[in-house]
Design a protein around this ligand. Structure first.
Ligand code: GUN
Length: 279
């Protein structure tokens, strides 16, 4: 039996609809409209697309948003000054600096400058530390979206073997942490892992976030496994994930599509975090 598809597009729409209701109720009760500032430095085409999708999603649910497009030629000090202003701006509850930053910027210094209470990406070391120690905080958007997708199929992760491929600060590390919090036995794999296919084959839950088009083949997947594909790449005119969808769907129990899987969930979770920041 082919894998059942986890429809991120549909799930994200449900989350956005719920948020729109919640925001309406907040504003009707006399509370401030949640506000998000998105900062984009340089002209990376993929980043431009992501940022415009985030802005559009804000408008749809009733979040005030502003976009700060800055040339790659600005200095790091000027960027920090923009963040400083947003940190103090009472209209702004969430600040997102789109990554990657152009060459010459120290991403960690920039992230460290965002006020932790406005860090809706959950990338500030204080918020990472809180996540690691099980305290309430902003959960990074893509990992939060992955967990919502797992919840949507009603899987109990206790005792399950989860394999995460990729060790980025944005996805791999936090998603591993969240799976651990749910009592999964977690293995993090990366580019230096020996026998990657064999590691993947052990997984009851396989999360792949490396940005390598169609890396994961059918014989890397345990029959019936839940496979979450975080990758998104263009191959010619086709958008593909890190999982070879057509062949893996014949083996997996559940599978996320690309596009229409994790991507829309990431944006839905950004909106969720922004509303939480305003409360
Ligand atoms: N670049 C790729 N994913 C993300 C994300 O979730 N947040 C930010 N700020 N930049 C990204």
């Amino acid at each position: 039996m082919p894998a059942r598809i986890i429809d991120g597009k549909l799930l994200a729409k449900q989350i956005r609809d719920d948020l729109a209701q919640k925001i309406k109720a907040m504003v009707n009760a006399g509370n401030q409209q949640p506000g998000l500032a998105v900062v984009l430095v340089g002209d990376n085409p993929a980043s431009q697309l992501y940022v415009s999708m985030k802005q559009k999603a804000c408008a749809e649910v009733g979040i005030y948003s502003e976009e700060h497009r800055l040339p790659a030629s600005i200095s790091q000090e000027e960027l920090l000054a923009v963040i400083e202003r947003l940190n103090k701006d009472p209209k702004i509850h969430g600040i997102l600096v789109q990554l990657p930053l152009p060459e010459g910027f120290d991403e960690q210094v920039v992230i460290n400058h965002i006020k932790p209470e406005k860090d809706v990406d959950g990338f500030h070391p204080i918020n990472i530390g809180k996540l690691q120690t099980g305290q309430k905080t902003f959960v990074p958007c893509t990992p939060a979206g992955v967990m919502k997708m797992l919840d949507s199929i009603g899987i109990d992760l206790t005792g399950k073997k989860a394999v995460v491929v990729g060790r980025s600060n944005i996805v791999g590390k936090p998603v591993a942490q969240l799976l651990l919090q749910r009592n999964a036995t977690v293995t993090i794999c990366h580019s230096k892992t020996n026998n990657l296919a064999e590691e993947c084959r052990q997984a009851d839950v396989l999360v792949v976030a490396v940005g390598h088009p169609e890396l994961v083949k059918a014989d890397w997947v345990k029959p019936g496994a839940v496979v979450i594909d975080v990758g998104i790449s263009k191959v010619g005119s086709k958008t593909v994930g890190d999982v070879a969808f057509d062949e893996v769907k014949e083996v997996a129990g559940w599978l996320t599509p690309v596009p229409g899987g994790v991507g829309p969930m990431t944006i839905a979770m950004l909106l969720t975090n922004t509303v939480a920041a305003a409360n």
